[in-house]
Design a protein around this ligand. Sequence first.
Ligand SMILES: [Zn+2]
Length: 421
Amino acid sequence: MHNVIIGSFFVLFTLEFVIEFILNGLNIRHVRKSRAAEDIPEYFRGKISEDQYHQSVRYTLAKARFQQWSEVYGRIVILLILFGGLLPVLDDLINATVPQILPNRHFSGVLFCIVVGVVFSLTSLPIDLYSTFGIESRFGFNKTTVPLYFSDKLKTLILGLLIGGPFLFVVLWLMQATGEYWWLWVFAFITVFQLLMIIVFPALIAPWFNKFEPLANGELRERILALANQIGFKASGIFSMDGSKRSAHSNAYFTGIGKAKRIVLFDTLIEQMTIDQGLAVLAHEMGHYKMKHIRRMMVVQAVFLFIGLYILSRLVNYQPLFTAFGLQPSNHAALVLFSLLSGPFTFYLGPLMNLLSRKHEYEADRFAAITLRNGKPMEEALINLTVKNLSNLTPHPWYSAYHYSHPTPAERIGAIRQLAI
Ligand SMILES: [Zn+2]
């Protein structure tokens, strides 16, 4: 039976790789074919210089080619971890030593999961380093220094241990202590935990990485407050964040729930946009809240979690699964195997989620245009963001349909122009 498990995993694993490879290859060819200045999409003519357009083509191609290599590398890593003998050796080593020091058996399980997680992070480090200091630096986006980069990694590791350790302990304890319906208990725990993190993150974790300052009094602040008031959007504060210390890419977001929501603007966004454009971006984000997109996405993810945990509950006592990877049956081994093996199965949910997400983006754009009684600022903000971020202006339609969580800028501008405002 374990041969069937390994066999079907390989088939799906290979299929996922082939699909990714073909889509990326199509996208590269499509971008190369449209690299001449006369291929600049209509809405961007006169808004992007020829130099900028060529730079955006080079940036897209550099990222896409590197993506091909990192796909291959990432897949070799997964295969090595699954079949290279690391998992059984690690499990035996931990079982032989840890119980003598820490008698509670869940400590061994937590340590097993954490070590596998750390091994994964270490193997992805070269990819991340090249992407940050190679590609992003070459195109002038990277502002991170080497010390800042490594202090970020260290902080992430410490947080992972401080939060992930106790989290895993509770999950493993619930799996063992609550009987047949443990997966319902774990589902309830993870859901509450996620809600708690939404509250804890902006107040305690984000300030460890960035400086947040209340947005200075002035026209921008006044107009954001007026906009929030007009929409009926309740927020506890508007902050400017020093995103520029890591990257020249810009952004704006909200964190928190209920009345404790914070509006956060990257300093790069404030610098690169006019006030009208910045307001359009915020109106768009507020639109996501007003139309309950965020809540809907959270519900969809909760449904996936529910189904995933149910499947895990069926597999946790299934001996051939463990035999296939040379492991003794245990809850912690089931958790690790499940997360390593699920990728090729959940891969196909990605495009469906992207479809829903793109629908939300159109709705939020529409909300912004109607709220401001003018589509122009949203349109200009999109053009500005696309040009400054050197985004791909000509993605292959299959590639964007599969991978893009946002419609292409040209699609979004087209939809805004169709509105009768
Ligand atoms: Zn959006």
